[in-house]
Ligand binder design. Structure first.
Ligand SMILES: C[S@@+](CC[C@H](N)C(=O)[O-])C[C@H]1O[C@@H](n2cnc3c(N)ncnc32)[C@H](O)[C@@H]1O
Length: 283
C-alpha cells in the first residue's frame, strides 16, 4: 500500500466530533437528574415536613429532571418549560421515549418563555444550571421570581443552583474532566471565556474532546450576569418569598465518585476558590 493511500484512508474516517450528539454529551457531563430529585425532596421536606409530588422545571432543556421525577414515584407529575423547540424535541426522542407509557402521560411540556404563569401550580419549581443568570438586571430577575412564585402552590419551594469563588472570575480558565473513559469516551471542557468586573457580564462555553483528537468547540455558549448569593436572596425577598436557605456541599463526608454529594443548610461557609450550592426559596 502506498504512503499516500494510507493517508487518504485516515482523513476519510469520520471525526467523532462531527458525528457525536451534543445533547447526549451535555447530559452525561453536567446533569445528574437522580441527584436533583433527591435534593428537591430534602428541600421540600425541610420546608413543609412532607413529600412533594409535582415539579415544574423551568429552562428544562431536554427535561431529563422531569423524566427522573415521574420515574421516582407513581403519583408524581412534571411540567417542563423551555423556549427552544430543537432542545425539547431531542428530549422527547431520547428521554421521554425511554419512559413507560404511564410515566410519559405524567410529563407535560410547554414551549414558551418561563416568564409566564400557567395552571396548575406546583410543589417544587426548579431552575437549574444557573439558567436564570440569563436575566441581567434586578428588574428582570425580580419579575421572573414573582412569576415563579405565582407558579407555586401555597406550600411550594423554588430551587436554583449557584456557583462562585475567585477562580470563577479568571478569564481563559478551562476545567477539563474525563466523562467517559476509553476509545468511545470523551472529555468535557468548561471554559470561562470572559468576565467584565464592571457589569459582572460573564461568558462561558462547553466543548467536548474525543479520543481521535477531534473537538466539538463551544457546543454550548452562555452569556450571563454573574449574580452572587446575597443579591439573589435580596431579590427573592423582594419578589415575596418568605424565606431563602442556602444548602452548602457537606465537606465532612467522604463521597465516592458514584455517590451523591450531601447538602447542608447553613449561613456560614469557608472561603473557597470554586464552589457550587443550592438556594431554596420558600413561598
Ligand atoms: C443552561 S440551559 C439549562 C438546561 C437544563 N435545565 C440543565 O440543567 O442542564 C438553559 C436552557 O434555558 C432555555 N431558555 C433560555 N431562556 C429562556 C426563557 N426566557 N424561557 C424559557 N427557556 C429559556 C434554553 O433554551 C436552554 O435550554
Amino acid at each position: 500500500m502506498s504512503k499516500s493511500k494510507t493517508k487518504k484512508i485516515k482523513t476519510d474516517k469520520p471525526r467523532t466530533a462531527m458525528i457525536a450528539d451534543r445533547f447526549d454529551c451535555y447530559q452525561k457531563s453536567v446533569q445528574t437528574p437522580d441527584h436533583e430529585v433527591v435534593f428537591f425532596e430534602q428541600a421540600y421536606r425541610d420546608a413543609y415536613k412532607s413529600t412533594p409530588l409535582s415539579l415544574r422545571e423551568d429552562f428544562c432543556g431536554t427535561f431529563a429532571v422531569c423524566c427522573e421525577w415521574v420515574k421516582s414515584k407513581a403519583k408524581r407529575t412534571a411540567l417542563g418549560v423551555d423556549l427552544c423547540s430543537e432542545t425539547l424535541q431531542w428530549g422527547r426522542d431520547h428521554n421521554l421515549a425511554k419512559l413507560t407509557t404511564v410515566q410519559q402521560q405524567r410529563v407535560r411540556l410547554i414551549e414558551q418563555d418561563v416568564r409566564k404563569r400557567n395552571r396548575p401550580t406546583f410543589d417544587v419549581l426548579a431552575a437549574q444550571n444557573f439558567s436564570f443568570w440569563i436575566f441581567k438586571t434586578r428588574q428582570e430577575v425580580v419579575e421572573y421570581f414573582k412569576i415563579a412564585r405565582g407558579n407555586l402552590k401555597a406550600q411550594g419551594v423554588m430551587v436554583m443552583d449557584m456557583m462562585g469563588g475567585g477562580e470563577c472570575y479568571e478569564e481563559g480558565l478551562v476545567d477539563k474532566r474525563t466523562i467517559v473513559k476509553g476509545k468511545k469516551g470523551f472529555k468535557y471542557h468548561w471554559e470561562q471565556v470572559s468576565f467584565n468586573p464592571i457589569t459582572a457580564d460573564a461568558s462561558f462555553a462547553i466543548s467536548f474532546k474525543f479520543p481521535d483528537g477531534s473537538k466539538m468547540k463551544r457546543a454550548f455558549e452562555y452569556h450571563w450576569r454573574f449574580w452572587t448569593i446575597p443579591e439573589v436572596r435580596e431579590m427573592l425577598a423582594e419578589a415575596g418569598f418568605r424565606e431563602s436557605h442556602i444548602y452548602w456541599e457537606n465537606e465532612n463526608e467522604d463521597v465516592d465518585d458514584d455517590e451523591f454529594s450531601s447538602w447542608e443548610c447553613q449561613e456560614e461557609a469557608p472561603s473557597d476558590a470554586s464552589w457550587i450550592c443550592y438556594i431554596v426559596a420558600v413561598k
